[in-house]
Design a protein around this ligand. Structure first.
Ligand code: MLC
Length: 502
């Protein structure tokens, strides 16, 4: 399994550089094993059992990675929480997951204590002071004394990632050790990962893209990951030019900013072995702009939280603009009529459905929603629309579900609408995404105010930010008198998009 492969690298190449934050200490594979072991021993000393949820809300830093690997190593379920979540969202994630332990930044103690005090399953919060500087020194007391075996059941849950729902609150997607192993092995093969690769890691680590595809990818290969605590286009571009790196992964918004940072100059990055784009559709002009400016053809791939990666353009051979490529090794993909689940002929647009050992085991404590996510014969309904060319190459053509993607992050309108409806001055609302060159889409709220003086748009945005992470809050608020509705009274969002997005 995947964790065993990392353990092998730690034994076989203890002096090889595994991880290093920009400006931080080098962490060789041997150091990584020691720090993760200590962290695992710390978790065991707290009585953490296999299956217990261990929530971690830390910035992108070494302790985050140590807790991630340590929790999985002792069979606990790792639950990453974006530091951008406000108290209201955090309370929900901690309560829904029944997390036993929370690891958090001491700066947030006054915000977190009142939340965790009220949670029945919560046992302890460990606060780290300046986590980005703390490495693993504070764990010296927990040198590897207790022995534990790495999980060997592929169906055991390794981590839980919350995904928003089309009709409900976010759901915890349970990703197993078998899922992670299958997916990272497929990517290793498809993208030709090598031990001498050096990844420049600029993505957040709270999502599948930065955590699994990028970080696990490098560790699985026994390669080196150099990590940026946050993404800065100019700095990243400077580093990419340095010829030290071979692999870079980003969302289209990051690639757009890198392209703009070049300021119209040609900068040759053809020494990069692999530069990928995902989490949202790569716009055609950016694909060609990259070729022109950087002498690089971005490799676009397609995945989702519930599956990890599904489809990819080829490492060797033609990468097609606008296409997401072919099924990865071990992945089956098909296009069906979303009403009947009947497969459609090549060239026809339908829902993309996926099968394989990489597909998650279900939503935490949501059997009905899990059942609804799969067809009777076990295909995952992705909610994405697409078509397959006769040679097997897939292209996405929009979404069956009501979803906005902004800067590579998913925002489900119902989640924002639920918050808006709690505002005392709002009678009705609809949230839509409008195309935007930098972000892919922007969140827009349309509102019918209650009679009386209308609320200020800024107040409504501030209200949303109190209850939701900033990226989910509307960028623009538009006041209207009524909504176009169909015969059943359902708001016709397509019409709103047509009239508003231009
Ligand atoms: C930040 N902001 C966003 C945003 N990110 N708003 C909308 N959408 C986003 N994605 C807000 C900030 O809160 C800030 O608001 C304002 O925008 C400007 O911030 P910024 O400094 O310009 O943004 P920055 O912090 O640089 O973030 C941009 C970004 C980031 C592109 C680097 O969004 C990012 O890291 N995106 C990657 C997300 C990702 O990893 N997705 C993978 C999901 S996994 P204010 O007003 O508070 O200052 C997945 C599966 C798969 O989808 O297939 O990969």
């Amino acid at each position: 399994m995947f964790l065993n492969t990392i353990a092998d690298h730690c034994r076989n190449q203890p002096d090889k550089l595994a991880l290093q934050f920009i400006g931080g200490p080098p962490v060789a594979y041997g150091d990584l094993a020691r720090s993760v072991n200590r962290t695992a021993n710390y978790l065991l000393s707290l009585g953490i059992q296999p299956g217990d949820r261990v929530a971690v809300q830390l910035p992108k830093c070494l302790p985050f990675i140590y807790f991630h690997l340590a929790a999985m190593q002792i069979g606990a379920v790792f639950l990453p929480l974006n530091p951008a979540y406000p108290a209201a969202e955090l309370r929900y994630f901690l309560a829904d997951s029944g997390a036993r332990l929370l690891i958090a930044d001491a700066e947030n103690q006054s915000k977190l204590d009142p939340i965790t005090d009220a949670l029945p399953d919560h046992r302890k919060t460990t606060y780290l002071h300046k986590p980005a500087d703390s490495g693993a020194n504070w764990l010296l007391d927990y040198s590897a004394r207790r022995r534990y075996a790495l999980p060997d059941d592929p169906d055991q849950t390794a981590m839980m990632l919350y995904t928003s729902g089309t009709t409900s609150r976010p759901k915890g997607a349970q990703i197993t050790h078998g899922n992670l192993t299958a997916n990272i092995s497929a990517l290793h093969q498809a993208w030709g990962w090598r031990a001498d690769d050096v990844l420049l890691h600029a993505l957040p680590v709270f999502h599948v893209h930065g955590l699994v595809v990028a970080l696990h990818g490098a560790l699985r290969a026994g390669a080196t990951a150099i990590l940026c605590p946050a993404f800065h286009a100019e700095l990243t571009l400077e580093m990419l030019r340095s010829r030290r790196f071979t692999v870079f992964m980003g969302v289209p918004t990051m690639h757009r900013r890198l392209y703009q940072a070049a300021g119209g100059q040609r900068i040759d990055l053809s020494h990069m072995r692999l530069m990928t784009s995902g989490s949202d559709r790569l716009p055609d002009d950016l694909f060609f702009g990259y070729q022109e400016t950087f002498n690089i053809t971005l490799l676009e791939r397609y995945g989702m939280t519930e599956t990890g990666m599904n489809l990819s353009n080829p490492l060797h051979g033609q990468r097609r603009v606008g296409a997401v490529g072919f099924p990865l090794p071990g992945v089956s993909a098909r296009i069906v009529d979303p009403g009947t689940d009947a497969p459609l002929p090549d060239g026809e647009v339908g829902e993309v459905q996926i099968k394989g050992n990489h597909v998650f085991k279900g939503y935490w404590q949501q059997p009905a929603k899990t059942a609804a996510a799969f067809t009777a014969d076990g295909w995952l309904r992705t909610g994405d629309m697409g078509l397959r060319a006769p040679d097997g190459c897939f292209t996405l053509k929009g979404r069956a579900k009501d979803l906005i993607i902004t800067g590579g992050l998913n925002v489900y309108p119902p989640e924002v609408e639920l918050v808006l409806m709690q505002h005392p001055a709002i009678t009705a609302c609809a949230v839509i995404g409008c195309p935007d060159q930098e972000w892919g889409e922007q969140v827009i709220a349309l509102i019918i105010p209650r009679p009386g003086p209308p609320p200020a748009a800024a107040d409504i945005i501030a209200f949303c930010r109190q209850h939701l992470a900033a990226y989910k809050a509307p960028r623009r608020v538009v006041f209207v008198n009524e909504f176009p509705a169909n015969a059943l009274g359902k708001i016709q969002k397509a019409k709103l998009r047509e009239s508003l997005c231009g």
